[in-house]
Design a protein around this ligand. Structure first.
Ligand code: SF4
Ligand code: SF4
Length: 168
């Protein structure tokens, strides 16, 4: 008991006599976050196939699908962390392999604290896709379309030739 009091007194005295300036911004770290904490989503727009499953399963409608000017991958998810409950269902249901295209990867420890929510607008996980990526994908889609059209024409010509041969 006496020892406890002395040790506490020494600790307090030390703390009072040698104040140290804060070395890091504690709003960016969690002092005691659970090891399986599900934090902010990471979305890989390159592997996402735009299946909409994450959006459909989300129980709080926290996901909005952003429209892309592409034929196949024409939507990609964005998440509103203000309404997300971090259940992880969107990650569970994502079908892409070997890696999921939407992953609750942590990184927003401020969301555990109940405080530090100074910037409400910063609660969205947006997907910023460079125009060069869109242009490349559009080019690929056009090349695939032309290839398919040529293959179709070739097949039609072969059938026509075969039919003419049979009619001789
Ligand atoms: S973690 Fe849950 S609530 Fe949050 S976006 Fe995914 S499915 Fe919706
Ligand atoms: S479930 Fe996965 S692949 Fe499907 S839209 Fe969501 S992130 Fe993309």
């Amino acid at each position: 008991m006496i020892f406890d009091i002395i040790s506490k007194t020494i600790r307090v005295a030390k703390a009072l006599t040698s104040p140290k300036p804060a070395k890091e911004d504690v709003s960016k770290i969690s002092l005691h976050h659970p090891s399986r904490y599900r934090g902010q989503h990471t979305i890989d727009y390159e592997t996402c196939i735009g299946c909409d499953s994450c959006n459909k399963i989300c129980p709080t409608h926290a996901i909005t699908m952003k429209r892309l000017p592409l034929k196949k991958q024409n939507i990609v998810p964005e998440v509103n962390l203000a309404t997300c409950i971090f259940c992880g269902l969107c990650e569970d249901v994502c079908p892409t392999k070997p890696d999921k295209s939407i992953v609750l990867s942590g990184g927003r420890y401020d969301m555990l604290s109940g405080g530090w929510h100074s910037d409400q607008d910063d609660f969205w996980v947006n997907v910023d896709i460079p125009q060069s990526y869109i242009d490349d994908r559009l080019e690929q889609e056009e090349a695939t379309r032309i290839k398919k059209e040529l293959a179709k024409k070739k097949k039609e010509a072969q059938l026509k030739a075969k039919k003419a041969e049979e009619e001789k």
